[in-house]
Design a protein around this ligand. Structure first.
Ligand code: G3I
Length: 329
């Protein structure tokens, strides 16, 4: 029977899945991941607080375990994420500017160096644009190091692994609302500056945390034009964290599943024609493992159904919608 990776590969794409070591303890989930995906990305294991909990004490055991799993099953693993304003160890947050820059340089050199030649791509900078879309996010990097932190991180990552594709990963760029339009303008301005200066950057990651109904991205009329603007900057496009939040929908499962499937279909119809699209990664495969139940729980307490397969790893309307979209030429 068709698989997400099989259908993606037939059109020159890769289907990826975010996983954790914990999730892979479950043999059924392991089977689902290895049969449906060509790539994995650590959902948590490559974040700073896990990798360097104390200064200079690097611990790669958890991400190394995921890489070993990937290789054993003929999958690749990509890197997520070097520079983020979350999951930072306390000692990093406490550093004054000069030491922060030094710690960051050491971190990038050590982590990217550890995986040199082993990961095809890295999310170097994660979520650099402000939530309201007006410019760069006022995170500790911007506040202590200034806007140069982005170019500097990309340059350092490139030095540590010249062959890895370097990515800036951002959310809230998919929809048709005014805030998204603002965020796109800020994002494109940043990308143009980096390109004009010759800073190494190969791709953009669109996280694509979508919504069935509710407050976020549900329609994608303006997305194809935005993708063309990214492509015109000579950047590849990765969908990096795809899922569909069903928090605002009524309880009935058939209704929820239909709405989620419709969002998948509309989103894929908008992105699949773009020739620079290379990778689609969903943020998990099975509803059993979604981050949304802890971060955006439904008011009625029912588990969300945001991912391509249901909580028993069985096909559901979203599965069929995704497969139909991937199968269309
Ligand atoms: O591993 C510890 C465990 O040892 C401990 O007992 C437990 C108690 O809370 O926490 C565990 O860590 C949690 C980790 O997920 C486990 O996977 C963290 O508390 C929790 O904050 C963490 O959440 C992750 C979140 O990023 C923050 O890193 C989510 O799983 C993950 O889905 C989410 O992913 C982010 C992307 O990286 C960036 N884009 C947005 C996306 C969703 O927020």
């Amino acid at each position: 029977s068709p698989t997400l990776q099989g259908l993606a590969a037939a059109r020159g794409l890769v289907w990826g899945t975010a996983v954790t070591n914990d999730q892979l303890q479950n043999p059924d989930l392991q089977r689902l991941v290895t049969s449906q995906s060509g790539l994995i990305v650590p959902e948590s294991e490559l974040k700073w607080d896990g990798v360097e909990a104390a200064p200079g004490r690097f611990d790669f055991s958890a991400p190394d375990r995921l890489l070993a799993f990937a290789r054993e099953h003929g999958l690749v693993m990509r890197g997520h994420t070097l520079l983020w304003h979350e999951q930072l160890p306390g000692w990093v947050k406490a550093l004054p500017a000069a030491e922060l820059d030094k710690a960051l340089a050491t971190y990038i050199r050590t982590v990217v160096g550890h995986y040199r030649g082993k990961l095809p791509s890295w999310d170097v900078v994660n979520e650099p644009i402000a939530d309201d879309g007006t410019g760069l996010r006022r995170n500790l990097w911007l506040e202590r190091l200034g806007p140069e932190y982005i170019a500097s991180a990309l340059t350092r990552a490139h030095q540590a692994d010249p062959k890895a594709a370097l990515v800036i990963n951002e959310y809230g760029l998919e929809g048709d609302d005014a805030k998204t339009a603002r965020k796109r303008r800020s994002f494109l301005a940043l990308l143009r500056q980096l390109r004009d200066r010759g800073v190494p950057l190969n791709a953009v990651g669109l996280q694509a945390h979508l919504y069935a109904n509710g407050s976020g991205a549900t329609t994608f009329r303006t997305l194809p034009v935005f993708l063309r603007e990214l492509a015109a900057l000579n950047l590849d496009i990765y969908v990096t964290e795809l899922d569909v939040n069903d928090r605002e929908l009524p309880a009935a499962i058939p209704e929820r599943d239909r709405a989620v499937a419709e969002v998948y279909a509309a989103f894929l119809a908008a992105v699949l024609p773009e020739p620079r699209l290379k990778l689609i990664t969903s943020w998990g495969l099975s509803d059993r493992t979604t981050w949304l139940n802890s971060f955006f729980p439904r008011a009625d307490g029912l588990p969300q159904r945001p991912l391509p397969f249901d909580a028993n790893n069985q096909a559901k309307p979203a599965t069929l919608a995704i497969m139909a979209a991937l199968g269309k030429s």
